[in-house]
Write a protein that binds this ligand. Structure first.
Ligand code: BEZ
Ligand code: FE2
Length: 403
């Protein structure tokens, strides 16, 4: 049993409770929180202006693309997608063990205890099965060509089965449907049936670009040219609302939603799904900014994630939420900061189906500690000050063990 004492303890509960000069006792799980708690063999005071809070969770990454630095085309979604298709194999070949390790290390330094990894090849499994961080490993399906459906499904099943065998308390499995424009509905149904029967969380990219909106609504625009270039005579295969409906009853997360409309937000809420917001990726591909006010008005839970290094310059999750804080200029920074901390803890845990993201009896002891440069008088501003002044953490505990 360990007891940590900090000047500020953020519980990340529904009331956004912040305790001053408080204590947390834990072994693998949180045992108690409060004041004057029982004596423990190991008791640590974290120091002046110390913060103790749940470790962060990056709900959506693509580590297979971690070798990308300056190769891919930014500033336009379709140009980017074409550059991904052109360089994909090379980026994969150039991402071996050390490349995955660097990516995980960057997240770890920024206080991330768990991440949702989208795997399109299974190549990341060799490294990630030994990851020091918790992984929810989403096997991805992609492909619209009817003639390739059987082959793609077999390949998916092989990857899924291999990953399922590695499941343990730090390695969980999920399924990813790449997007409504890139997966044949037949494949989608087969794969979602597995998610249903195995009770696996699912993720999908949704309404990331204007081009996607136009293609799915009208079968026109830049995606029409894209499909003519890569796949002869393709047509949009599903209406966006039908697409969302297929996730009913599943633990589903819709990534991006920048161009989702009212009806789609309503449907996402109705099926009790969540959204993952990747503001830096959206900025670099120049697709626009998710309307967080709308997301809040529909009472949809959202997490914030970095996406992959294919559309970001960093996997540091504190940098990502700082970018969000600075980008959403219509929202009050004090309240947005609270929501953003919630997005990368409690909400991300819920999205991935993890038992962490909150300091509460019985939750996994996944915790971070760090210090602010000075004290904070108005506790209402603590989340904002944390986001402004934190890049790296001092200690990261996962299941009660310092990593
Ligand atoms: C496909 O494999 O069919 C596909 C991939 C990317 C975008 C659209 C379609
Ligand atoms: Fe993504």
């Amino acid at each position: 049993m360990i007891k940590l004492k900090a000047d500020y303890v953020l519980l990340m509960d529904n009331k956004n409770t912040i305790l001053k000069n408080a204590e947390v006792i834990f072994d693998k799980k949180i045992i108690d929180v409060g004041y004057d708690l029982e004596k423990c063999e190991q008791e640590i005071y974290l120091g002046e202006n110390s913060i103790l809070m749940p470790a962060l969770i990056n709900s959506h990454t693509h580590l297979e693309f971690s070798s990308n630095k300056t190769l891919l085309e930014y500033g336009d979604f379709i140009l980017w997608l074409n550059s991904v298709i052109e360089h994909r194999e090379n980026l994969f070949i150039n991402c071996k063990g050390d490349c995955f390790k660097k990516a995980v290390d960057e997240m770890k330094k920024s206080g991330v205890c768990a991440f949702g990894e989208i795997s399109s090849t299974g190549d990341d499994l060799r490294y990630l099965k030994h990851s020091p961080l918790k992984v929810v490993y989403f096997n991805e399906i992609i492909g619209t060509t009817p003639a390739a459906v059987d082959m793609l499904y077999q390949d998916f099943q092989a990857r899924l089965n291999e990953s399922m065998e590695l499941q343990n308390e730090k390695f969980k499995i999920g399924i990813s449907i790449h997007s409504p424009y890139s997966v044949h509905p037949f494949l989608m149904d087969k794969v979602l049936n597995i998610a249903r029967s195995e009770n696996l969380p699912v993720q999908t990219h949704f309404m990331e670009s204007k081009a996607e909106r136009r293609w799915l609504d009208e079968g026109e625009g830049e995606f029409k040219l894209f499909f003519e270039k890569h796949f002869k005579n393709a047509k949009p295969l599903i209406k966006p609302i039908e697409f969302i409906e297929k996730f009913r009853g599943l633990k589903a997360t819709f990534i991006h939603c920048v161009h989702a409309n009212e009806e789609e937000f309503e449907k996402i809420k109705e099926i009790n799904a969540s959204i993952a917001h990747c503001p830096v990726s959206n900025r670099l591909l120049n697709v626009g900014l998710l309307d967080l006010e709308k997301v809040k008005n529909y009472s949809i839970d959202y997490s914030v994630a970095t996406d992959g290094l294919s559309s970001n310059y960093s996997l540091n999750l504190f940098k990502e939420i700082r970018a969000a804080l600075l980008m959403h200029v219509s929202l009050h920074p004090k309240y947005l900061a609270k929501d953003l901390l919630k997005a990368v803890t409690k909400n991300a845990a819920k999205s991935l189906g993890l038992n962490n993201g909150e300091i509460k009896k019985g939750k996994d002891a996944d915790l971070i500690t760090f210090k602010l440069p000075n004290s904070v008088e108005n506790l209402e501003l603590l989340p904002l000050q944390i986001i402004l002044h934190t890049n790296e953490v001092e200690k990261l505990y996962i299941n009660g063990k310092e990593v």
